[in-house]
Design a protein around this ligand. Structure first.
Ligand SMILES: [Zn+2]
Length: 470
């Protein structure tokens, strides 16, 4: 089922919510700045990636296909520094952290995106982009490096609304460790230095600047203009401003139609960041056995542009919330399977109201907080009706359909570790039901004992057979 309501996104460029209309009405093109693989990603980074996951799943729920690119930056000053310190190759360093990143993605149930290009596999596209910028007169060379002349691109600053006069006074704009003529300019191609990795090009040996990577890779997979570009809020300036300048100067077309930025995750009142030393990596939570679904839930429980602070108490609350949803899901599923339970009240209008609220909240710039609020109201109301045996299998089936749809975005209601075991348990429970129907009580008791040995208690309730862990 798809919902025909139109989605609205808050677009950083216009500073307002806009109705979403993709270039191709069926397939939405998305580019997300991915990780720089020089260390383990922290859960502040993952607030942004979970937001992106909710975005793509919501678009799919609303009937779109997605063509989504999330790059891996595998050549960068920090990677090079770490490789030199450890006496490793940059590939050793980047592979190690790239692998960890994808494990973290699994831990947090991030859907695979369609393309995960590595920067080092797209050097040709980057060289081509620099060449076209040189031909159009947007660049200059200094000490073997090629810089973008910001003065020449009159639209510079249109995304962030940055006051360029403040920048001109010499504020540090870019963390690149290179000299340039104007503080606002940024490096496109870094001239070869000592024993750093390098590639050959018409304009000399060197390596790409970070901003250049995203412009080249997005063009390769999505073309000159695409629908949605995402990133954490600290990328608006200078990174995304520079991407726009490079791409629009070289291609002569609008680069991106909707810019979506995710707020930071805070530790107390400060942004969680490696430079402040207050990070918690996803890997640490994973190694400590913290429930990944609860971490996912915690990260999506607040609207992506609103402040959110990490604490272990918040994770505990998320565990409670996820458990509540999972228990409800199981209860509804059991009831839907019990063909003897008849409906004794009409829940259809109520369910439609909850469905509407769910879709409306997501259509409203992915307001997951509002969507969850309405979902929990449904849980409360349906639980109370089920306590009084008012809901039967038909309405339970309709509720289950809705829950599955909601979970296609949330993905917290069924745990991975449970799914294999659950299947085995459910198969045994079904065998026991069959045996009972056939009045083979000996076999039914044997299965009950077998389940007990597995730590599972069977309960014959008015809503049918249910099981729970001891
Ligand atoms: Zn980027």
């Amino acid at each position: 089922m798809t919902f025909q309501k139109s989605i609205r996104f808050y677009d950083t460029k216009t500073g307002s919510q806009r109705r979403f209309e993709p270039i191709n009405p069926e397939v939405v093109s998305i580019y997300s700045c991915g990780p720089t693989v020089y260390n383990f990603a922290h859960i502040g980074n993952f607030r942004n990636f979970v937001f992106v996951d909710v975005l793509r799943r919501t678009l799919k729920l609303f009937g779109y296909d997605v063509r989504h690119v999330r790059n891996v930056t595998d050549v960068d000053d920090k990677i090079i520094r770490i490789a030199q310190e450890n006496n490793e190759s940059i590939k050793d360093v980047s592979s190690r952290y790239e692998e960890a990143f994808f494990e973290d993605c699994k831990y947090l149930r991030l859907e695979d995106v369609e393309y995960n290009p590595r920067a080092t596999d797209h050097i040709d596209g980057m060289i081509d982009l620099v060449k076209r910028l040189i031909e159009k007169g947007y660049t200059y060379e200094k000490d073997g490096s090629i810089y973008f002349k910001v003065d020449k691109f009159t639209d510079y600053g249109k995304l962030s609304g940055i006051d360029l006069s403040a920048v001109r006074t010499g504020a540090r704009v870019d963390s690149d460790e290179y000299s340039k003529e104007d503080a606002r300019d940024f490096v496109l191609w870094k001239g070869r230095r000592n024993d750093e990795p390098y590639w050959d090009s018409d304009f000399g040996q060197g390596r790409p600047g970070w901003h250049l990577e995203c412009s080249a890779m997005s063009r390769h997979y999505l073309g000159d203009t695409f629908d949605i570009h995402t990133g954490a809020e600290d990328l608006v300036f200078p990174h995304h401003e520079n991407e726009i300048a490079q791409s629009e100067a070289a291609n002569g077309r609008e680069y991106v139609r909707y810019w979506l930025h995710c707020a930071f995750l805070n530790m107390k009142d400060q942004k969680m960041s490696k430079s402040l030393g207050n990070i918690i990596t996803a890997k640490k939570l994973r190694d400590d056995g913290v429930n990944g679904l609860a971490v996912r839930y915690f990260l999506l429980s607040v609207h992506y542009r609103k402040p959110l602070a990490f604490s272990y108490e918040s994770i505990d609350s998320a565990v409670t919330a996820v458990t509540r949803l999972q228990t409800f899901f199981t209860r509804i599923k059991d009831l839907a399977d019990n063909r003897e339970a008849d409906d004794r009240t009409d829940f259809e209008d109520k369910l439609n109201k909850y469905k509407n609220e769910w879709f409306e909240a997501l259509a409203d710039d992915l307001n997951t907080a509002k969507a969850l609020g309405s979902l929990f109201e449904l849980v409360r109301e349906a639980n109370s009706l089920m306590d009084r045996q008012m809901i039967g299998w038909r309405q339970a089936t309709a509720i289950l359909d809705f829950l599955s749809m909601a979970d296609s975005v949330l993905d917290v209601m069924q745990s991975d570790s449970d799914s294999g075991l659950n299947q085995e348990i459910e198969d045994l429970v079904n065998c026991r039901n069959e045996a009972r129907k056939a009045r083979n009580f000996e076999e039914a008791d044997r299965i009950r004992d077998q389940l007990k040995k597995m730590g599972i208690i069977i309960e014959d309730t008015r809503e049918g057979v249910r099981w729970r862990k001891i």
